[in-house]
Design a protein around this ligand. Structure first.
Ligand SMILES: [Zn+2]
Length: 276
């Protein structure tokens, strides 16, 4: 059985002691590819170093919305140059976070920083790994509306120019929005990232949303070291735990875990174009 973890922060200090063993455990349970997204220029470089070291690891480079103030006109060229590395599969993680950032001015700044990074994605034809977090973790609201309106002119242009991002813009990472937003995202060509919370007993509404989404648009992500699935909830998460998320999706969609592994691994290969 081959699995893919499309979102793990393997450079995080929580892995400093045993990073090698963590990656080996993932490979041993059949994780074929791991995508490591940066959150700053510094961690984007670290993601690339891991991708250079391990065949199974690919990197995404980007500046996370909660670090938006670290990206400026002075260093955006550095990010662009990093994005040209041969093991870059995506631009990310980028996006909007109104959970940690409440000031309207700073939220506006996040949108500007996101736009500059959409430009890099467009120029290099790389899909985006998008982080979206609404105030109070609401499942609808301004963060979703702002993303869609920010992207609208880009979509118009991409569709008009037949740019590949018009059909395959990226993934909404660890998506927790409601079904109407997920449906809209899927219609725009987005993939939906499913993380550990899908296994939490109280998240019945979230599971219902996942049940209503087409399987060919789901990706499995750990977001390690965060969001560990049951039975490791509250502990450090790692890519080897992806199969707990696959098992839950299998249950929700009445499929076998092997089928879910195969489908989501093919989805990731299609989006991130890393071949076999
Ligand atoms: Zn992340």
């Amino acid at each position: 059985m081959q699995l893919t973890d499309t979102h793990c922060h393997l450079y995080w200090k929580k892995f400093d002691e045993d990073r090698e063993a963590v990656i080996q455990r993932a490979i041993d349970v059949g994780v074929k590819h791991m995508l490591v997204p940066g959150t700053t220029i510094e961690t984007s470089k670290e993601a690339i170093e891991l991708a250079e070291k391990y065949e199974q690891v690919y990197a995404a480079v980007g500046v996370h919305p909660t670090d938006a103030e670290t990206l400026s006109e002075k260093n955006i060229d550095i990010l662009f140059n990093l994005a040209e590395h041969e093991k870059i599969a995506a631009i990310g993680e980028v996006g909007l976070d109104y959970y940690w950032v409440k000031e309207p001015e700073k939220q506006k700044h996040q949108r500007g920083v996101l736009s500059s990074q959409v430009q890099i994605a467009e120029a290099l034809n790389k899909p985006m790994v998008i982080h979206l977090r609404e105030a109070n973790d609401a499942t609808m609201g301004p963060v979703f509306d702002d993303l869609f309106s920010l992207l609208e002119p880009w979509f118009d242009k991409w569709i008009h120019l037949n740019h590949p991002l018009g059909l395959k813009p990226g993934v909404l990472h660890s998506f927790n929005g409601d079904l109407s937003l997920a449906t809209k995202a899927v219609e725009l060509g987005f993939y939906i990232g499913v993380t550990g919370p899908v296994t939490y007993p109280k998240n019945e509404t979230h599971r219902k949303m996942i049940k209503n989404l087409p399987l060919n648009r789901l990706l499995i992500e750990t977001d390690a070291p965060f969001l560990a699935p049951v039975p490791f909830r509250g502990k450090r998460n790692e890519p080897a735990f992806v199969h707990h998320i696959a098992d839950k999706i299998a249950e929700i969609h009445s499929k076998s875990p092997a089928e879910i592994a195969e489908i989501t691994t093919a989805n990731a290969a299609r989006l991130f174009a890393w071949g076999d």
